[in-house]
Design a protein around this ligand. Structure first.
Ligand SMILES: NC(=O)c1ccc[n+]([C@@H]2O[C@H](COP(=O)([O-])OP(=O)(O)OC[C@H]3O[C@@H](n4cnc5c(N)ncnc54)[C@H](OP(=O)(O)O)[C@@H]3O)[C@@H](O)[C@H]2O)c1
Length: 358
């Protein structure tokens, strides 16, 4: 195959403020460009060139665009838009020992057809270079950041033990449904209460690991949640959502219970307000509230990939309809921003993956 000379690349035209991406539509934030492809050369021996095959759509990208978290990736105006992706290696510089032509590599990439860059130290060859055992999208979903976030959130942050009970918000999303399955089927939770935004999503979660699932859009949400958790309260809470869902969960925690703050998706497109009542519930119940990011835990990747792959093969973690939402953008590269923006309307079940090429 001859190497490409140009690539379509989306760059950030205008940052996304607190009013969110929904208000103005994704096209007003991103510009589609065509750029020359740089090849690894004797002057750039640390670079690799990949064809981007699939990209992950993550709510966290909005934080990267806002630049609100200094040690996370930052996407400035006129920069290519960063994303997790899987690419096929087309060329390698002479100093690159870790990858060879033809490898499928997971790494931080950009919204581009072809990408020349220096691999991060988090990059790895998908499935250790062996033939894929699951669809490609699974290697961007459960067997990637969503699964790793689950793994470190439950094990390292919540120190979750068999027999404990758990509440999970954003439970039908990419991270949430893995948390439900992992807690119940791998770590032996006594009870998992899932929170999601529709009756269909709740029924799906109850089919795949949740003991109870509660719809936060129900007028009776607070009462239904209390009933689902029961009078003893929950030992742990894995929060992906923040805002009013978070406020509703805290009074259902046991004294000295643990809360892992994983994400705040309810706040990414509308600025939340500080809730002093919530603050008092944390205090009165002596809760341990711990924020975490995946970035501190990448060294867990090999352990996680082994444990999670075994769990899938043994049937403890189920993958199938709803664990990934796959959008085929082959030949439709311009559809990337709108697909990504769908995340904030709850359109996806499980991981939202865009396929760009075979
Ligand atoms: N700490 C880390 O290192 C790390 C790593 C990965 C992800 N995260 C964070 O974890 C969270 C989940 O990520 P993900 O990849 O699972 O996202 P996702 O696949 O988009 O799922 C998010 C879920 O939240 C629900 N949701 C959306 N808006 C909501 C709102 N206003 N109120 C309540 N629920 C809402 C959605 O559906 P329904 O509303 O229909 O239920 C969806 O199922 C995000 O906040 C993300 O930033 C953190």
């Amino acid at each position: 195959m001859s190497l490409p000379t140009t690539s379509k690349v989306f760059i950030l035209k205008r940052s996304i403020d607190d009013s969110g991406v929904k208000a103005s539509g994704p096209d007003s934030h991103f510009t589609l460009t065509t750029q020359p492809v740089t090849l690894p050369s004797p002057e750039t021996p640390n670079l690799i060139l990949v064809q981007v095959l699939a990209i992950s759509n993550d709510p966290s990208q909005i934080l990267w665009i806002r630049g609100g978290a200094p040690d996370l990736p930052i996407v400035g105006e006129a920069d290519p838009v960063k994303t997790y992706g899987i690419g096929r290696v087309l060329a390698v510089g002479k100093n690159v020992g870790k990858f060879k032509t033809g490898d499928l590599v997971f790494d931080l990439m950009v919204w581009a057809e072809y990408y020349t860059y220096e691999p991060t130290d988090r990059a790895y060859v998908v499935n250790g270079g062996r033939p894929l055992e699951f669809p490609l999208s699974t290697y961007l979903g459960i067997l990637s950041t969503s699964g790793l976030t689950t793994y470190v959130g439950l094990k390292n942050v919540l120190e979750f033990k068999p027999g404990q009970s758990l509440i999970v918000s954003g439970a039908a999303g990419s991270v949430g449904h893995v948390v439900v399955q992992y807690a119940k089927n791998v770590l032996g939770a006594s009870k998992v209460v899932a929170i999601a935004g529709s009756a269909d999503k709740c029924a799906w979660l109850e089919k795949h690991g949740a003991d109870e699932a509660v719809n936060y859009k129900s007028a009776e949400f607070t009462n239904e949640l209390a009933e689902a958790v029961g009078p003893d309260g929950a030992d742990a809470f894995f929060d992906n959502v923040a805002g009013r869902v978070y406020d509703a969960v805290l009074p259902n925690m046991k004294f000295h219970g643990k809360v892992a703050l994983c994400g705040a998706i309810s706040q990414y497109n509308s600025k939340g307000t500080y809730n002093a009542d919530t603050h008092m519930v944390v205090l009165i119940r002596r809760l341990h509230v711990i924020g975490f990011t995946l970035w501190d835990h990448y060294d867990e990747t090999p352990n996680f990939l082994k444990e999670c792959t075994d769990a899938i093969k043994s049937g403890k973690i189920w993958i199938g309809e709803g664990t990934e939402t796959v959008v085929d953008l082959r030949g439709k590269f311009e559809g990337i921003p709108k697909t990504w923006a769908g995340l904030f309307q709850g359109k996806n079940n499980g991981k939202l993956v865009s396929i760009l090429a075979d």
